[in-house]
Write a protein that binds this ligand. Sequence first.
Ligand code: NAD
Ligand code: DAU
Length: 358
Amino acid sequence: MILVTGGAGFIGANFVLDWLAQTDESIINLDALTYAGNLDNLSSLEGDARHLFVHGDISDTTLLSNLLATHQPRAVLNFAAESHVDRSILGPEDFIQTNIVGTFKLLETVRAHWNNLPADAKKNFRFLHVSTDEVYGSLTKDEPAFTETHRYEPNSPYSASKAASDHLVRSYHHTYGLPVLTTNCSNNYGPYHFPEKLIPLMIVNALAGKPLPVYGDGQQIRDWLYVKDHCSAIRRVLEAGISGEVYNVGGWNEKPNLDIVHTVCSLLDELRPKTDRQSYNAQITYVTDRPGHDRRYAIDASKIERELGWKPAETFETGIRKTVMWYLDNQPWVANVQSGNYREWLTKNYAERSGTST
Ligand code: NAD
Ligand code: DAU
């Protein structure tokens, strides 16, 4: 079996669901169930003996060593993190705690376990760390996309904490020989995406008749990948990646934020037209920019394509249509995540941003 951390969050839950749809190998899923963790994401696995959910923190070394000793997983995949840049700007401490201290505790516990494994199990064991393109910093319009050897230049408390975790993972390979793999992926989108992030926030706000808050001029560029393609990349890296190597994952799909918002609006105009026949585009509102906002991310995914034969299955057009349809078909899921805590976050992040409509 394998052990994943953070498997009740957006990417982790998609990974767990896809894994169990592709193989019969069991999963232990360790998740602290922060505001971003949601067992509803995994409700289709109820009664499935291949999925063992454990409510706990990656910093809990006693719990972790017990899990490792009892279940002897052949791999640990670390998805657990605080992941939202705006939250890291308004309150960085949780990011330091989970992304840096938590990853350190996890590495230490895994190292102690791995050290005592029999030779064969030790050789085949893997620790896969799921990271982000944001560690590389921001690109100008004409700079080439990030390769695995791009310098680290994180600009937000979130990306700095992820950069620190990447460095720790690297050091555990270099110093102790722990067989690690690191993936640095671009922006994901798809089912179960918490509606604090751009794409699900736009869908949810549009349907609720609320403003669609575009930061600054909306010309910041992100490189979008459908979440199931990220999951297939992680599976492939786990299967065939070389210990100690880093693999960038992306969809060669750079788009300015405003184009993304227009695409979401056009799909909603087609799939859920407003009764007054106005376009959802009329709800776009330009608001105060994110402090230190990175202008452009772009991933050069040639290494994983060339060395591991991985390619995304979805284009942006197919992936975004599936995503919008998923939100339309899963309104109870959306209603459930819009708790008091979620509404408090919206007030905290958006109330201070003055806005102008288009
Ligand atoms: P998410 O915020 O949706 O989910 C994070 C999960 O981790 C939640 O289930 C949460 O409960 C859990 N968690 C948080 N702190 C924990 C702790 N201390 N112990 C155990 N569990 C804890 O995040 P996501 O978008 O699914 O991202 C998953 C990983 O992928 C993160 O490491 C993130 O940095 C990375 N990543 C995300 C993206 C993206 O576009 N979302 C892109 C590239 C990389
Ligand atoms: O690049 C990978 C990263 O992508 C991951 O490491 C992060 O975990 C993930 O959250 C994501 O970070 P971003 O900051 O790029 O994602 P977010 O959805 O928050 O914002 C995407 C872009 O949209 C960004 O340029 C900010 C802008 N934005 C976002 C929100 C929430 C808006 O214009 N308005 C908004 O209300």
